[in-house]
Design a protein around this ligand. Structure first.
Ligand code: HEC
Length: 129
């Protein structure tokens, strides 16, 4: 390759990384894919509509909050104690979107509702049977 081409290829690779990675995709790959990629411990797999459709039906607020607190084999915060709810929400939205949901980065109002549901869940309310 001629040296004059290198800066362009470098710029193109940065662009393709930042412009085309959806919110949550990197977190998914770094944290969630370990289980949700292959279905470890029966985790709902990325893109498995049969598994995700009833979860998506719970709604973004409920599903995000409950997963963040932890559900059965799903560890709280995806097993990463430093995971913020903002980062986690994006990863949930990414997975939901890959199974037919149209979930976006939660706005401030949705985030507030998620945080409220997290508190309720931690307090032992709204437990799943
Ligand atoms: C150690 C393995 C593991 C990792 C890592 C993991 N999950 Fe899970 N997750 C599971 C399992 C297992 C379930 C299924 C729980 C059940 O229903 O028994 C699950 C279920 C879920 C659910 C559905 C929760 C519900 O209410 O049924 C969501 C949403 C979810 N995970 C999101 C995530 C996100 C986002 C990440 C990454 C930030 C992540 N998970 C990382 C194992 C994992």
């Amino acid at each position: 390759m001629t040296s004059s081409l290198r800066p362009w290829i470098f710029a193109a690779s940065i662009l393709s990384f930042s412009a085309f990675a959806e919110p949550g995709e990197n977190t998914y790959k770094q944290v969630c894919a370990a289980c949700h990629g292959a279905g470890v411990l029966n985790a709902p797999k990325l893109g498995d509509k049969t598994k995700w459709t009833p979860l998506i039906a719970e709604g973004q607020v409920t599903l995000t909050a409950h997963a963040y607190v932890g559900v059965r084999g799903m560890p709280a915060k995806g097993g990463n104690p430093n995971m913020t709810i903002e980062t986690f929400s994006d990863a949930v939205a990414y997975m939901a979107s890959k199974a037919g949901g149209n979930w976006k980065t939660p706005n401030a109002k949705t985030l507030a509702a998620i945080n409220k549901e997290i508190e309720a869940r931690k307090a032992g309310l709204n437990q799943k049977p």
